[in-house]
Ligand binder design. Structure first.
Ligand code: RIB
Length: 320
């Protein structure tokens, strides 16, 4: 069963340098590999949702420049049901400079969002029927906040389930968090929203409680190598395991998780099963280089789940 996912989010042109270690301030360091390709949290998550089996409508905005032309050509051949790609005359297409280094293939990213932050109220209005027709609206925070808020309002008015991946973090009101059906921060973003230093499941649970008090009903906090915490204001929290992987490039791992999660929820999975699938999907993404181009297929993620029957959601003790 294919569900409909609408992803509103950024497109960036990613330039990646693979290093033995991260450079220090003031240091020039030779990279041993480099590539350029499609990225941006929105486009990556849309690609992940598509590869995980959803029918996807991607909404984004690029500049009137060569990178914008590259974006349009790339997105048109990706296989989305539809794309709505607005063009900005004043600002260039977003870009990201990414370092990948170390045994765990960690990354450091600087993003210049450019055209991604120029989405107007009129452009949001034009997307209203698309958003209302979707099972799920998936958004991040790499666009201008007023456009994100309007998209979420339109989704709610149309009865569309809203997932907010609050990355990269920019301050949003508690009123916005209340409108979101599922919030998916990583440990850093959870700390930025709540002020709770998130290092393990116990601290993640404390952060989740703060998020529930702020109005977020369902929360998944991703915890890197530890897996993820699924917390619902009413039910016992669950630990979603990380699947074994050989990391090559962790860029886009969070996007893989969010896109796959949206795809499985849109197809009717319950949240714990959708999160488990998303974890398997993300474990395959980190074994490949790049962002949008590193997303695995539905079948590959299913095979990884079947290869690791020990990886199941586990109930966690409720913290006193
Ligand atoms: O999440 C990875 C993405 O973050 C990269 O593709 C980059 O463009 C930034 O948006």
């Amino acid at each position: 069963m294919k569900g409909k996912v609408c992803v509103f989010g950024s497109f960036n042109l990613d330039v990646v340098a693979v290093m033995n270690r991260f450079p220090m301030p003031g240091e020039s360091l030779t990279a041993h590999n480099s590539m350029m390709g499609p990225g941006g949290k929105g486009a990556n998550q849309a690609t992940a949702a598509l590869r995980a089996g959803a029918r996807v409508h991607y909404i984004g905005k690029v500049g009137n420049d060569d990178f914008g032309t590259f974006a349009r050509r790339h997105l048109e051949k990706t296989g989305f049901d539809a794309i709505t790609l607005f063009t900005c005359k004043e600002k260039p297409t977003g870009n990201a400079l990414i370092y990948v280094a170390g045994d765990d293939a960690e990354n450091m990213i600087s993003v210049f969002p450019g055209a991604n932050t120029t989405v107007t109220a009129a452009e949001v209005s034009r997307c209203q029927p698309t958003v209302a027709a979707a099972d799920i609206l998936l958004v991040q925070l790499e666009n201008n906040l007023n456009a994100i808020q309007r998209m979420i309002d339109n989704a709610r008015a149309g009865g569309t389930f809203v997932i907010l991946n609050p990355a990269p973090w920019q301050k949003v009101s508690d009123a916005l968090l209340e409108k979101v059906d599922l919030l998916t921060p990583n440990s850093t973003e959870a700390m930025q929203i709540t002020g709770v230093k998130v290092t393990d499941f116990a601290s993640a649970q404390k952060a989740a409680e703060v998020l529930h008090r702020k109005g977020a009903r369902q929360v998944i906090i991703t915890l890197g190598m530890a897996g993820a915490l699924l917390s619902n204001a009413e039910q016992q929290p669950l630990r979603i395991p990380l699947f074994p992987a050989q990391p090559l490039d962790t860029t886009g791992a969070g996007d893989a998780f969010n896109g796959a999660l949206a795809a499985r929820l849109a197809s009717g999975d319950e949240l714990p099963q959708a999160a488990l699938f998303a974890s398997a999907f993300a474990s395959l993404c980190v074994e490949r280089s790049g962002a949008a181009n590193s997303m695995p297929s539905y079948a590959e993620a299913l095979a990884r789940m079947q290869a690791h029957p020990e990886c199941v959601p586990e109930p966690l003790e409720v913290m006193a």
